[in-house]
Design a protein around this ligand. Structure first.
Ligand code: AMP
Length: 345
């Protein structure tokens, strides 16, 4: 792992900073947010994506660094430009385990990104945070609908739902490394939080405060259109490939539970890997009894934050406010107060 002390030395050498990220996932939102705070932006971009990222005047980065593919992060060029890298889902995916050795300041804690890569770690984290989680099953324990997740599967692609041990053994290759979870029936809600080390909104944590900025629901093919599929008699297996997101608000009586959950996630993360800074998301399902089950934490900005029109950021910041803007504000304040080292690794 690239040493924290070396990251702090790099930060000490910055007399100003730029925000950089890979042109994918939530990059337009991140660039737009930085522009609201007059922070210079750099997009790491392929030639193929250049036209798209040059076509939104209010979200186009100030400079594009063209790469052949996104696994190549131009570290030296980014360091010359005093860059702080903002991680999102695609960046985490493209850099893989290599993120731990990246010789660049990364907004947040790279330890959290490594930790969440392992589903068993993530369940441990959720349980320590006091969250209710689906049962994790061995194949022989499958006694009703169960969702089978494969390592590395992203965006829900390739998951299976099985109902018995026999069906599992019939559909899953022998020796495949899977996690089998009880399939929770209910309504999904994906909560966007932001941990700030010196903010004043939201719930307090052991090392700052946690705000709620929004909630989305992912749109997944073909699970979310299953009624149409059944109505035409199509017999296509259920799948969970994310294709977009829509905004959601919760009945207000559920909010205290979700705020407590956000606090629990932050407080427990401190002992596990040194704490979480900036945006994160918990994926939940609310049952008919209003029990909240959590099945995943993303320790970085999620694509559902690309939505505008959710009231929770308005109630927190007094205006329609994106996670991209919140990241920019946190970095700008920390830079001004010479505290960047607190929220960067
Ligand atoms: P994930 O890769 O864990 O984000 O899961 C992808 C999608 O699968 C989710 O957005 C849900 O629609 C569905 N899903 C995941 N875990 C469960 C579960 N335990 N019960 C029901 N649906 C689930």
């Amino acid at each position: 792992m690239f040493a924290k002390e070396e990251i702090d030395q790099i930060l000490d050498s910055y007399d100003d900073f730029t925000i950089a990220t890979i042109c994918s996932h939530s990059a337009l939102q991140i660039f737009h947010g930085a522009k609201q705070y007059s922070i210079k932006t750099i997009g790491i971009c392929t030639e193929e994506s250049r036209e798209l990222y040059e076509s939104f005047p209010y979200a186009t980065p100030d400079e594009l660094l063209i790469v052949d593919d996104y696994s190549q992060i131009p570290v030296d060029e980014l360091r010359e430009r005093n860059s702080i890298l903002v991680p999102h889902g695609s960046l985490v995916e493209y850099t893989g385990d290599g993120i731990k050795d990246l010789a660049l300041p990364i907004f947040g804690n790279r330890g959290s990104l490594l930790f969440e890569r392992d589903r068993n770690n993530m369940f441990d984290w959720m349980e320590k945070a006091g969250l209710k989680v689906p049962r994790i099953l061995q194949p022989e324990e499958i006694d009703g609908p169960a969702i089978v997740k494969f390592p590395g599967a992203k965006g829900g692609k390739g998951y299976l739902v099985v109902n018995s041990p026999e069906e599992y053994y019939q559909k899953v290759a022998e020796g495949a490394k899977t996690m089998i979870q009880e399939f929770i029936v209910g309504v999904r809600a994906y909560i966007h939080y932001f941990h700030s080390f010196d903010g004043d909104a939201g719930y307090s944590t052991n090392y700052g405060n946690v705000e709620m900025l929004g909630i989305d629901q992912r749109m997944e093919t073909n699970a979310d259109e299953i009624a149409r599929q059944l109505s035409v008699g199509a017999n296509i297996p259920i799948s969970f490939t994310v294709m977009g997101n829509q905004s959601l608000v919760l009945r207000e009586s559920l909010l205290p539970k979700y705020m407590e959950m956000g606090r629990g996630i932050c407080n427990s993360s401190k002992g596990l890997f040194g704490g979480i800074h900036g945006p994160f998301c918990v994926e939940t399902i609310i049952t008919d009894d209003l029990d909240i089950y959590s099945f995943e934490i993303s320790a970085r900005i999620v694509a559902g934050t690309n939505l505008l029109g959710n009231p929770y950021s308005l109630y927190t910041h007094g205006t329609e406010y994106t996670t991209g803007m919140r990241i920019a504000k946190e970095l700008k304040d920390a830079f001004r107060n010479k505290n960047l080292g607190e929220i960067i690794y």
